[in-house]
Design a protein around this ligand. Structure first.
Ligand code: PLP
Length: 379
């Protein structure tokens, strides 16, 4: 068994060996610039084109609707800032939710500092947005709605199809941050009805520092950077062929193995939760249930425990993450748990456990023993 037991797949995933295998020729010998006209360049252009097709196929988009980026953060910045700028003469109101990742909230705050008005839609105790609240928040000058597909901390899946339909009805651009959903739940841009969708490579077994943005044909967005004409003019700079090839392969695998992977991550998560409940009884609480959640994510709260102390005590043996951060002498509860109106003591005891396609029952059983021992020692 590999040590430590890694149960923090929502933070990042290991690179799939098949993905690494795809990247190696571009690290070792295929160094050509995709814009060069001779064969070593052309071959790398073909690699980028293949990857664009693989990403598009995973989310049911057209290849020319995919822009490669440096990750989820850039994709979100490009989508939100790019459409705010492109529509600034039409209006300056944006709707988002109160449980978005900083890669969305901070872009919105930046735009607010430049004069945009932002409406933050609240969530219920399960972290869910009510589409009625979104529709009620629409103003004549609303130009963008951005709501995440699935939450990174608690795994809540938002009613994207309904919200996208509302956006369409009001002729407003709709973006979703799908960094956590791609590869874990069906993420089909046509079925969801979204205009813009962000992908983060390192959440789906590709390397860190690569991602993609889906831009539906005809949706106006401005670019973030200016330079040469790569990425169909959307994103200048010589392509990161090594990582693009890796992301393409990761998307091909995510599509090919989707059902198998979901079954694996779900089965180990369920095993974990059932054993925790069996062994700890009332000392552990499942924060938001598992209905309407990512199949790999567990948000649990340990009674009377400070989550950051638990995570620190697990040390190098089990990797999970805390729902609160310890700064100097104070504990800062995550904005997601706060938005869900969680009782502060429960929030302080909250950890996120997230499984992945490489998780095994043996690993999980081993991790459980360690977690249970540590919780018992700390309580
Ligand atoms: C929901 C969500 N959006 C965006 C990001 C940022 O992605 P990246 O790390 O690729 O910039 C993350 C990563 O934690 C995420 O979970």
């Amino acid at each position: 068994m590999k040590k430590p037991v890694y149960l923090d797949y929502n933070a990042t995933t290991p690179i799939d060996p098949e993905v690494a295998g795809e990247m190696i020729p571009y690290i070792r010998e295929r160094y050509g610039n995709p814009s060069s006209s001779y064969s070593i360049g052309r071959r790398n252009k073909e690699a980028v084109d293949l990857a664009r097709n693989q990403v598009a196929a995973l989310i049911n988009a057209r290849p020319d609707e995919i822009i490669f980026t440096s990750g989820g953060t850039e994709s979100n910045n490009h989508a939100i800032r790019g459409s705010a700028m492109a529509n600034r003469d039409k209006g300056k109101h944006i709707i988002t939710s109160s449980t978005e990742h900083p890669a969305v909230t901070e872009v919105c705050r930046y735009l607010a500092s430049l004069g945009w008005e932002i409406t933050w839609i609240p969530v219920d105790a399960y972290g869910k947005v009510d589409p009625v609240d979104v529709e009620d928040a629409i103003q004549p000058d609303t130009v963008l709605i951005t709501i995440m597909h699935a939450n990174n901390e608690v795994g809540t899946i938002q009613p994207i199809r309904e919200i996208a339909a509302i956006s369409r009805k009001h002729d407003i651009v709709f973006h979703t941050d799908a960094a956590q959903s791609v590869g874990k739940i069906e993420t089909d841009v046509a079925a969801l009805g979204v205009d813009l969708l962000s992908i983060a490579g390192h959440k789906l077994y590709a390397p860190k520092g690569i991602g993609a943005l889906y831009v539906k044909r005809g949706i106006p967005i401005e670019k973030l950077m200016y330079g040469a004409g790569q990425e169909m003019g959307w994103r200048p700079g010589t392509e990161n062929v090594i990582h693009i090839a890796g992301l393409g392969k990761a998307c091909e695998i995510a599509k090919r193995d989707f059902h198998k992977n979901v079954e694996t991550m779900f089965a180990v998560r369920e095993r974990l939760w059932k054993s925790l409940k069996n062994k700890l009884g009332g000392r552990v609480h499942l924060n938001t249930g598992t209905a309407g959640k990512l199949p790999n994510t567990l948000s649990v709260s340990f009674k009377g425990i400070e989550a950051h102390a638990l995570v620190a005590s697990l040390g190098e043996e089990v990797c999970i993450s805390a729902g609160s951060a310890c700064h100097a002498d104070s504990v800062k509860i995550s904005s997601v748990l706060k938005a869900m109106n969680m009782d502060p003591a429960a929030a302080r005891g909250t950890v996120r456990i997230s499984t992945g396609k490489f998780s095994t029952p043996e690993e999980v059983d081993h991790a459980l023993d360690i977690i249970i021992n540590t919780v018992t020692k700390l309580s």
